[in-house]
Write a protein that binds this ligand. Structure first.
Ligand code: ADP
Ligand code: MG
Length: 326
């Protein structure tokens, strides 16, 4: 049942470099303040390393979930963080502790919290388009690095993109590699499911997952950061899935008021059902929208750029970066 090799057939890696410490966590750290956040199987708390006074975020992961041993999943999460260690936009792993019931990841603390909070915030706290351009570039630098190293994140959403500080707006840190997989494997990864609203059509139709799966989520993420609205969210799961598989997206001027047409083009270059037609992370970094001078944007008034889209060199067909299948 258990695969003892470095990578099993669904892209999980269970060989890690980090030493797992079995001394009590509390010998070396004090928990301070309230919880930083929580997910399905983890609680994240702020802590201070006694020896240095440095602040970290401790992610407490239960090894048993629904009666199943999930230690291998946690090792995989650690391995994926290790693979991204040298990239500044991926949260840094400092240490790992293990008790009889839990594994504790001591992570760099991203004190600004989830970008989710600013996505749903009222006007004066919401992101401007210039903010989104800067943050999207950082997310893409991080994702481009992961993809170059054959790591797919598979759970990119506003709850898993954090900020080093919220006010003034800091830099992004990508967290939560719980669903991440290595893709340099011959066998296909199919079975992982992220959060319905952000999940790509191929995940829903049980087709192979690839780096392009993350790119769909980046399209959704960018949409949410710019408009504050979740493009595919329906009344229930069923409706959400239908909206995704039909790419039922509202690109109306009403929703995108005050936002440049280049931004809309950027999102459209990602939300294609066929993964081969989506922009790659490197295509995105070269997209005119992310190379716009923020001073030419007008974040508060009506969409001047919507009427005159030709602000840069001809980029009318951003289609099919990799249309030649292998
Ligand atoms: P899960 O796998 O359960 O979703 P996450 O790694 O996403 O766990 O962590 C849950 C939440 O905890 C995040 O959405 C975020 O709000 C908070 N959190 C996680 N890591 C950090 C961190 N390094 N710094 C600050 N907050 C964090
Ligand atoms: Mg999460």
């Amino acid at each position: 049942m258990l695969d003892s090799s470095a990578m099993n057939k669904n892209g999980m890696v269970t060989t890690i470099l980090t030493r797992i410490r079995t001394e009590p966590f509390k010998t070396f750290y004090d928990l301070v303040g309230k919880e930083l956040g929580r997910g399905k199987f983890a609680v994240v708390k702020k802590c201070v390393e006694k020896a240095t006074g440095n602040v970290y975020a401790a992610k407490f992961l239960r090894k048993r979930r629904k009666g199943q041993d999930c230690r291998a999943d946690i090792l995989n999460e650690i391995a994926m963080l290790e693979a991204a260690k040298s990239n500044p936009y991926v949260v840094e792993l400092h240490e790992v502790y293990e008790t009889s019931s839990e594994i504790i990841l001591v992570l760099e603390c991203a004190a600004g919290g989830e970008i989710f909070n600013q996505c749903v915030a009222d006007n004066d706290e919401a992101f401007t388009e210039a903010d989104v351009i800067r943050l999207a570039r950082q997310i893409l630098e991080g994702i481009s690095f992961l993809h170059r190293n054959n790591v797919v994140h598979l759970d990119l959403k506003p709850q898993n993109i954090l900020l080093t500080s919220a006010q003034p707006l800091g830099d992004i840190r990508i967290v939560d590699f719980g669903l991440s997989r290595r893709m340099d494997d011959k066998s296909e990864v199919r079975e992982i499911l992220g959060t319905p609203e952000y999940v790509a059509p191929e995940v829903l139709s049980y087709e192979p997952i690839s780096t392009a799966t993350d790119m769909w989520s980046i399209g959704v993420l960018t949409y949410v950061m710019l408009t504050g609205e979740s493009p595919f969210l329906g009344q229930d799961k069923q409706e959400t899935y239908l909206n995704i598989s039909q790419v039922n997206v509202d690109y109306s001027q009403d929703t995108f008021q005050g936002i440049s047409s280049l931004a809309v083009e950027f999102i459209q270059s990602l939300l294609h059902v066929d993964p081969r037609n989506r922009s790659t992370a490197d295509d995105c970094l070269n997209h005119p929208w992310l190379n716009t001078n923020p001073h030419t944007l007008n974040p508060t008034t009506t969409p001047t750029t919507l009427e005159e889209p030709e602000t840069s060199q001809s980029e009318s067909e951003p289609e099919s970066p990799d249309s030649s299948p292998e």
